[in-house]
Design a protein around this ligand. Structure first.
Ligand SMILES: [Zn+2]
Ligand SMILES: [Zn+2]
Length: 297
């Protein structure tokens, strides 16, 4: 049986004709029998594809031939084409939907005016040197932080990435404008944009973690500044960096420890809710505690 793999990747690079790049990427994936999701915009590319290992290798090689993608890093993981329902390759206004396609500036070095990149060891060093002054600012959707986050992190009230601009302009975080703020997200892509948007709005000392939580967790697990599980956007739903990860999430129905999200049983909702196995198995509890419970009844 052939070996299969998945790659995850992104690159910020100016793309003058995103539609042409999208068509080239689609043809390339079809030729190689890959499935997955790819988004191309004038700011770059963001994708995850899976397939037979030699086909994926060939894909990375050919993709790097585009001048702006030459230095692109591909993160390899277990899995294959069967982990995706289909191949979806799209040209959009943004590779991550912050609702700021004209604000984000990208040049051959990546995002212009973003936060200072910190390696995992530099994150720890910053905290050693500056102590409690350092603020961790979660760059993900709020629900993701329910099962894991940096200790004492601020989790902004965002349902989707689109809510960030409204949130950072709300005044709620104005006291952070003179503090060292470390933004973080799963793999780093969302903070590339978020850190630039924050700097544009007067946050003076903004950092971002190179490779995001994934790289930090690979280096330090949950022994240092990270606690809990990591929400992931595939069928696993969550992952742990060590066998002794503490379950910090709580079932939204009964409060028991949980790190597994389920879709609300209300067909009009389908929102992700955190449930323990017992409540997840009970149809009357497999719904959002406020609002959807009455629909199910
Ligand atoms: Zn429960
Ligand atoms: Zn619901």
């Amino acid at each position: 049986m052939a070996l299969n793999r998945i790659v995850l990747y992104y690159q910020f690079a100016p793309i003058s004709d995103p539609t042409a790049v999208m068509l080239w990427q689609r043809a390339l994936c079809e030729k190689l029998g890959l499935r997955g999701r790819i988004i191309v915009s004038k700011h770059g590319i963001n994708g995850t594809v899976g397939g037979e290992i030699d086909a994926v290798k060939q894909y990375t090689k050919e993709t790097r031939q585009y001048p702006g993608f030459k230095g692109m890093e591909f993160k390899w993981s277990e899995g294959g084409a069967e982990d995706f329902p289909r191949l979806s390759v799209k040209a959009r206004d943004e590779i991550v939907a912050f609702g700021a396609p004209d604000e984000l500036q990208v040049d051959e070095n990546g995002v212009v005016g973003g936060g200072v990149h910190l390696k995992p060891e530099e994150v720890n060093k910053l905290v050693e040197e500056r102590g409690d002054e350092v603020v961790f600012f979660d760059g993900r959707n709020a629900f993701e932080a329910k099962i894991g986050k940096f200790k004492n992190a601020i989790v902004p009230d965002v349902r989707t990435t689109h809510d960030f601009i409204k949130e950072i302009e709300s005044g709620k975080y104005d006291d952070l404008k003179d503090k060292p703020v470390v933004t973080y997200c799963t793999g780093g892509i969302r903070c590339e944009i978020l850190s630039a948007l924050m700097k544009n709005r007067g946050f003076k000392e903004i950092y971002q973690i190179d490779g995001g939580i994934v790289r930090y967790g690979e280096k330090y697990g949950d022994k240092e500044l990270w606690e809990g599980s990591l929400y992931v956007f595939d069928k696993r739903m969550h992952m742990e960096f060590t066998p002794d990860t503490v379950t910090i999430g709580k079932c939204e129905q009964c409060g028991a420890p949980s790190n597994k999200f389920e879709n609300c049983a209300n067909e009009d909702c389908r929102e992700l809710i955190l449930l323990c196995p017992e409540c997840a198995a009970d149809d009357s509890k497999r719904v959002c505690p406020d609002g959807c419970a009455t629909v199910a009844a």
